[in-house]
Design a protein. Structure first.
Length: 108
């Protein structure tokens, strides 16, 4: 019984996290925001009667992976004209560019 309560809390936390991530990733894009909201809600509704703890853990893992992918890999693009797209990366996606080194230095 206690494990089921713990899983329910995890599921609820994941649901909230996915919606927060959706709001950050698709900020100012009402169509994408709505589509993501519907998809998240549909996925959770379609699995709401799942009782197998193993299957629930698998679903939690999939949801967590999706959240990570959205947060770290999705970049918004804005059509500026019929064949130009302006990318709008979020600040948390911008990382320091480390140059590639062909010959690594030896540790001494």
């Amino acid at each position: 019984m206690r494990r089921a309560m713990g899983q329910a809390a995890k599921v609820l936390q994941l649901f909230k996290t996915l919606h927060r991530t959706r709001q950050q990733v698709f900020k100012n894009d009402t169509r994408a925001l709505e589509a993501a909201r519907i998809r998240i809600n549909e996925e959770f509704k379609s699995n709401k009667n799942e009782t197998s703890p193993k299957k629930i853990e698998e679903l939690i893992k999939i949801g967590s992976d999706v959240e990570l992918l959205l947060r770290t890999s999705v970049v918004q693009g804005i059509h500026t004209d019929h064949n130009t797209l302006k990318l709008v990366p979020r600040k948390d996606l911008l990382i320091e560019n480390v140059p590639y080194c062909d010959a690594p230095t030896q540790k001494q």
